[in-house]
Design a protein around this ligand. Structure first.
Ligand SMILES: [Zn+2]
Ligand SMILES: [Zn+2]
Length: 318
């Protein structure tokens, strides 16, 4: 499927083995696109049933975004091909974004591995205390400290720019969601990718700060859990619609739009119909499928896309 000029979506069969892309571009693979709870069965074959987990690569540099149940398949696919130190960025800690963490095998079974978690929706508090409450008897048979890998939990405040020890930088923004959620922006090789989930749109919409945050993105991933028909009875639940994603994309000059956090009741048939409606309005939009990969090749003579970003307080994390 060709989504836009220079932007390609490939099926899993064409995926690589986890090594760097020869073109050193910006890439994204969906390991889980379902919201709220995993689903399975014949109605969920095409789009998949695992909860959110995204693999993002800026050239050779890996980021994982969220630890939903899709993290298990990510670990099994890559096995030893993942780096020794892994940065796992949380949008937030609701259970559909965290439940996969102890099942990230074989990484969690390897004493040589470190998983750095990054949490930005709790006023600077890291994910550590919340994850320790979740993964403890009687909710979970063991605590996370029994895992052989090292877990290092880092807290930040959404809105800050994350600067990692290797110089990689990721911009963040606070999203409207119960207990807050963090949107992320990745700039690499003249390309921009934004992941904006979980979010409930505001009134008026689009929110000006969010519009500036995603401005000029080659691809924006957005929370499209509800249809416009469902939304009125789900107001305040913290999610949005593809129509609101499209409004934001258009207002911000976003090239392509991908929808995630799919409702557990939305079957393949429903989603295919929804996608046809979306693409009639915006041909470069799509509903994400589990294991789908998007590659943004480097832009020739890349401009400094960071210069387009709004100023953000920079923090250095050793
Ligand atoms: Zn969620
Ligand atoms: Zn949530």
């Amino acid at each position: 499927m060709s989504l836009a000029n220079g932007l390609h979506a490939n099926g899993f069969d064409h995926a690589d083995d986890g090594r760097a892309r020869p073109d050193d571009g910006l890439s994204l693979r969906f390991w889980g696109v379902r919201g709220s709870t995993p689903v399975s069965g014949p109605d969920y074959v095409e789009f998949g049933g695992s909860t959110p987990c995204l693999e993002i690569r800026c050239g050779t540099r890996l980021f994982l975004l969220d630890a939903g149940s899709g993290l298990n398949a990510c670990g099994r696919h890559h096995r030893d091909a993942l780096p020794r130190d892994i940065d796992l960025l949380f949008s937030h800690l609701h259970i559909d974004h965290t439940a996969g963490l102890p099942f990230f095998k074989p990484v969690v079974l390897d004493p040589e591995r470190t998983i750095n978690t990054w949490c930005g929706n709790l006023d600077g508090e890291s994910a550590g205390p919340a994850l320790d409450r979740l993964f403890a008897p009687p909710l979970f048979p063991v605590s996370l400290d029994i895992l052989p890998c090292r877990l290092a939990h880092h807290g930040f405040r959404a809105g800050e720019t994350l600067t990692f020890a290797d110089g990689a930088r990721v911009d963040t923004i606070l999203l409207n969601h119960p207990q807050g959620s963090v949107g992320y922006r990745f700039d690499h090789a003249g390309r921009r990718l934004c992941v904006i989930s979980d979010i409930e749109h505001s009134d008026p919409w689009p929110d000006p700060a969010l519009r500036e945050f995603v401005r000029g993105a080659d691809l924006m991933i957005y929370d499209g859990m509800f249809t416009e028909g469902e939304y009125p009875v789900c107001r305040g639940w913290g999610h949005s619609t593809w129509q609101k994603g499209m409004e934001l994309a258009r207002a911000a000059g976003v090239e392509a739009l991908g929808i995630i956090h799919l409702h557990p009741c939305h079957t393949d048939d429903t989603l295919r119909r929804m996608e046809a409606e979306m693409q009639a309005a915006m041909p470069t939009s799509f509903i994400a499928r589990e294991r789908q990969e998007i590659v943004l090749p480097p832009r020739p003579n890349p401009v400094d896309t960071r210069a387009r970003a709004q100023p953000a307080a920079a923090l250095a994390f050793p």
